[in-house]
Write a protein that binds this ligand. Structure first.
Ligand code: RIB
Length: 298
């Protein structure tokens, strides 16, 4: 099975701060880094580092050479990535002293996913392959419909959760990987303890993988519920922790591992990512994750 990840590739401008900037405030940043990121790029790299065969698709601007290079250095196929005039999408990220982040994302109009581009991408994939999407690119509906028409599985990480998700044909999704806030947004359920049941009521045929921050994660598939705790670490930067979780979970699942094993691997990989700075640079390799699991700590 091959994985097509159609997703964003962002230049992340990361500023270390004591506390997030509040309305009307000006503060001096403690540090500044420019890193490769984007939920799509991070998840492609996590999948590849976890051992899955992954093709990335999406649009870069004229400044996007480092983004393509980091995908290739990490074993991701980039033959379907296209360059368009203008700059790549980018983010401004604040990381506070507790490792928490807040992210401002911007993509200009030239970075639109056309139907012609989707036709070109999907002509290379078929029965038995999987499509992974996030919510930082447009035309997700076109991608989901093409994937289903070709017999592919559809996996959605609905992040960031916003109004653009609501008109999507979410009934086509075979597997959701999401956090409790995204689950609450999709279902309207405000009580976190009821989000999983609300998701199941809304998408009864889908595998559901819900991350719960410090409470760990839970998977509901074929009527079986499996829970997994976190591996505690000192949080340096939580950026890309969810992307790392998604990539490691999916790679293990597609490699035929049991759901408890998939969750354990994903939990360990994301804990390691949280203990490091940056998005893509924080994603561990499979060997490191397996060694940490054998040792029982991140
Ligand atoms: O999930 C982390 C990512 O979100 C960052 O790399 C940033 O680019 C934003 O897309």
């Amino acid at each position: 099975m091959r994985i097509l990840c159609l997703g964003s590739m962002n230049l992340d401008y990361v500023y270390g701060v004591q506390d997030f900037v509040k309305a009307g405030e000006t503060v001096s940043a403690l540090s500044r880094d420019v890193c490769c990121g984007g939920k799509g790029l991070n998840q492609s790299i996590a999948l590849s580092k976890a051992g899955a065969p992954v093709w990335h698709a999406g649009l870069l601007g004229e400044d996007g050479a480092p983004l393509r290079a980091v995908l290739e250095e990490n074993g991701v196929s980039t033959g379907l990535v296209r360059e368009v005039p203008g700059p790549s999408s980018h983010t401004v990220i604040q990381v506070d002293r507790n490792g928490r982040n807040c992210i401002l994302f911007y993509a200009h109009d030239g970075l639109r996913i056309t139907d012609a581009y989707l036709d070109e991408i999907f002509s290379r994939f078929g029965e038995g392959d999987a499509l992974l999407l996030q919510n930082e690119l447009d035309n997700a509906a076109g991608a989901m419909r093409r994937a289903k028409a070709r017999g592919m599985k559809v996996v959605l990480n609905p992040s960031p959760a916003d109004e653009s998700l609501l008109p999507l044909p979410l009934e086509l999704v075979d597997c959701f990987v999401l956090n409790e806030h995204e689950g609450a947004f999709l279902t309207g359920e405000e009580d976190v303890s009821r989000v999983l049941d609300a998701l199941h009521a809304k998408f009864p045929g889908a595998m559901l993988v819900l991350t719960l921050g410090e409470k760990g994660s839970v998977c509901l598939a074929d009527g079986v519920r499996v829970e997994q705790g976190i591996f505690p670490v000192r949080a340096v930067d939580t950026t890309a922790a969810g992307d790392t979780f998604t990539g490691f979970f999916l790679a293990a699942l597609l490699a035929g591992k049991s759901v408890p094993d998939c969750l354990r691997r994903a939990a360990m990989a994301s804990s390691i990512a949280v203990s490091r700075s940056g998005a893509a640079p924080s994603i561990p390799g499979l060997d490191e994750v397996e060694r940490a699991l054998a040792a029982g700590k991140a």
